[in-house]
Design a protein around this ligand. Structure first.
Ligand SMILES: Cc1ncc(COP(=O)(O)O)c(C=O)c1O
Length: 375
């Protein structure tokens, strides 16, 4: 038996006919870039996320760059972010000539520590990128006042957190809805995945939405007139049409992921594995969407290999923190600078997690883990 870490084919089987119809509709229209399906997806996604504006683009990486550009980030600026994330979280900063300033993460939620953020603010701080890692929002309400006083732009990295939300002050706010920019990836394995690359940035001010819309078409204000230099980062109509179908399923799929996460928790307890496996913490007020189900495991690397030998695919997100990536050496961080992130890189393991994961597959995963630790 093989148990994959995700299985897009099972997911496709649930929406195949609607997806084919949607693609056919775009083919008949012969409108492939931006256009009515992109505009409709933007409106539907903005309504779901409860943000006034959403602007589709070519990838989550581009959404981050576009949002930082719209926030005016450039050479000499500092941008505070998490070292425990995917590469694009930091490369969007250096691509604009700015400097990433890393604040360490919390050991339980894996998300950036707001106390660490407060300590990282300097006169050069221009923006803050909290990363809602693995599908759970950061403690956004604790965003330090020092950032607000400096008018630093908020650019949420929501690539892994479509639909995640957090209760605060009698309201429930989704990722991307905390008052700044929200940057989403629709990479195929994401909770809301396209069938190719796609991304989106949300925002609150009409002027920001207009700027994002200009920047994604080379900064053009009208055809062949450029007052600034942007990117070529347009969303494909086919991807938008696919995303519109898949958006209708996102609540069902999210609840299925949450059921699977609960089942893992029960199985670990039943198998007496709480000493060896630390389950992901869902911090109070959060709705974790389990883009990944990431545990901390004693003797992680040996467990990873043992499970591979049993046909169970697990993954390490992330083996090397961003502050120790060779390409960011000039930022001046050393081993030991951010100890929580560095320790997590040696402990975390993502177990199979997708909406269609079967209970018997989860039982097989946990009994293989029990066999590894208990013999
Ligand atoms: C945390 C995070 N940020 C940014 C990105 C970049 O998204 P994309 O792959 O769509 O460019 C990803 C996707 O892998 C991600 O996981």
């Amino acid at each position: 038996m093989t148990i994959p870490s995700f299985d897009l084919k099972r997911n496709y089987a649930r929406v195949e006919s609607e997806i084919k119809e949607a693609i056919d509709r775009v083919l008949s229209s012969q409108h492939f870039i931006l256009g009515p399906d992109v505009a409709a997806f933007e409106a539907e996604a903005a309504a779901y996320l409860e943000t006034p504006y959403a602007v589709g683009c070519a990838s989550g990486s581009d959404a981050l760059i576009l949002a930082l550009m719209a926030a005016g980030v450039g050479p000499g600026d500092e941008v505070i972010t998490s070292p425990f994330s995917f590469f694009a979280t930091a490369s969007c900063i250096t691509r604009l000539g700015a400097k990433p300033v890393f604040a360490d993460v919390e050991p339980d939620s894996y998300n950036i520590s707001m106390e660490g953020v407060a300590g990282a603010v300097t006169p050069r701080t221009k923006a803050f990128i909290p990363v809602h890692l693995f599908g759970q929002l950061c403690k956004m309400e604790d965003t330090p006042d020092a950032l607000k006083e400096k008018n630093a732009a908020l650019v949420e990295d929501c690539a892994q957190a479509f639909g995640a939300h957090r209760a605060h002050g009698g309201r429930i706010l989704r990722g991307g809805a905390w008052g700044g920019f929200g940057c989403f990836s629709f990479f195929p394995t994401k909770n809301l995945g396209a069938y190719g690359d796609a991304g989106m940035a949300t925002c609150f001010a009409e002027s920001d939405a207009k700027e994002l819309s200009r920047l994604r078409v080379h900064g053009a204000t009208e055809t062949y007139l450029h007052e600034e230099v942007g990117l070529n980062s347009r969303m494909d109509s086919i991807q938008a049409a696919i995303l519109r179908v898949r958006l209708r399923m996102i609540e069902t799929w999210t609840e299925e992921r949450r059921d699977a996460a609960r089942r893992y928790g029960l199985l670990f307890a039943e198998n007496g594995l709480d000493g060896e496996i630390t389950q992901p913490a869902e911090t109070p007020g959060n709705r974790h969407t389990y883009h990944q189900y990431v545990v901390k495991a004693v003797r992680r690397d040996s467990l990873h290999e043992f499970l591979a030998g049993r046909g169970i695919v697990t993954r390490v997100y992330y083996p090397l923190p961003l502050h120790l990536q060779p390409c960011f050496a000039s930022a001046g961080y050393k081993k030991g600078s951010l100890p929580v992130s560095e320790a997590l890189c040696g402990e975390v393991l993502a177990l199979p997690m997708f909406p269609e994961l079967l209970p018997e597959e989860q039982e097989a995963v946990v009994s293989a883990i029990a066999e590894f630790y208990k013999g």
